[in-house]
Ligand binder design. Structure first.
Ligand code: SF4
Length: 275
């Protein structure tokens, strides 16, 4: 989500220092390389590239130094910015799944937590949120669950001492949730609501001939063929053409690979007709 809206470059251009806390994203940024998978972005780095990236990131201190640096940064940062896998409407909770633990660090240590989530990620209750989390873990990582499933329902707050309320004791005193539309409502209104079921698992990218040839140029920050359709709805025909609207072969391989059977080729064929 943060990549979709290019949050890091946007903030840096305005003088706000931004650091990635996930090891994979930090390595790729240090190497000046784009990730090639939405959930496992650094999976193709070689041993040598990992060594180079770590040296650039930590001056030779390795993973231990990166871990220390991230914790120091999070403890000093004015604000932690994350995505989340789901927002539970009934209780106002953010729900996330991860294994590295940096989501927990970023959402807990700074005094302010800002979460950016798509309006398509709003679910009704915890059962639905858990279904999303299990779907992400299974489809993106081939796992039953990540090491951490986090639920955040508002700021850190205690009234244990003489009934006086103190906010921000050990977690943030302020939590903001930004609900992002960016073409999602248009998807529903124009009959492309199926696209909003996407879990960003990346299975469709593995079989896509256009992605194999064009890489990240196909779909850009929205990723692949489904991303081209998302760009058409968010940015209009020009955005979709720029990100490869005509590159898709419409051969249906991605639909077969998608765990939800999302018919991206049909959506792209319709969008081509309207472009
Ligand atoms: S369209 Fe399907 S296969 Fe592709 S990322 Fe979304 S859920 Fe995964």
């Amino acid at each position: 989500m943060l990549e979709e809206i290019q949050a890091a470059p946007f903030l840096r251009e305005r003088g706000v220092p931004v650091e990635h806390t996930g090891l994979a994203d930090a390595l790729l940024e240090a190497l000046g390389r784009p990730g090639d998978h939405p959930r496992r972005p650094a999976r193709r780095l070689t041993e040598e590239e990992i060594r180079q990236g770590l040296a650039l990131l930590t001056g030779g201190g390795g993973v231990e130094e990166f871990r220390r640096r991230v914790r120091d940064l999070a403890a000093r940062a004015a604000c932690g910015v994350t995505g989340a896998e789901a927002v539970v409407a009934r209780f106002g909770s953010l729900v996330n799944v991860e294994s590295e633990g940096n989501w927990g660090v970023v959402s807990n240590l700074p005094p302010v937590h800002v979460a950016v989530v798509g309006i398509d990620q709003v679910v009704w209750d915890y059962d639905e949120a858990l279904a999303v989390v299990r779907g992400v873990a299974a489809c993106a990582w081939g796992a039953r669950l990540g090491s951490y499933v986090s639920v955040v329902t508002g700021p850190s707050s205690t009234s244990d001492v003489a009934g006086r309320n103190v906010r921000g004791m050990h977690g943030p005193g302020t939590v903001h949730v930004i609900l992002l539309d960016n073409g999602r409502r248009a998807a529903l209104e124009r009959g492309f609501g199926e696209l909003l079921y996407c879990l960003r698992c990346g299975a469709c990218l593995e079989v896509c001939p256009a992605y194999a040839r064009l890489g990240r140029a196909f779909g850009g920050p929205y990723w692949g063929g489904r991303g081209v359709a998302a760009a058409a709805l968010a940015e209009g025909p020009e955005g979709a053409r720029r990100l490869g609207l005509e590159a898709c072969l419409l051969d249906g391989r991605c639909r077969e690979a998608c765990p939800l059977g999302i018919d991206v080729p049909q959506a792209l064929a319709h969008l081509r007709g309207q472009a």
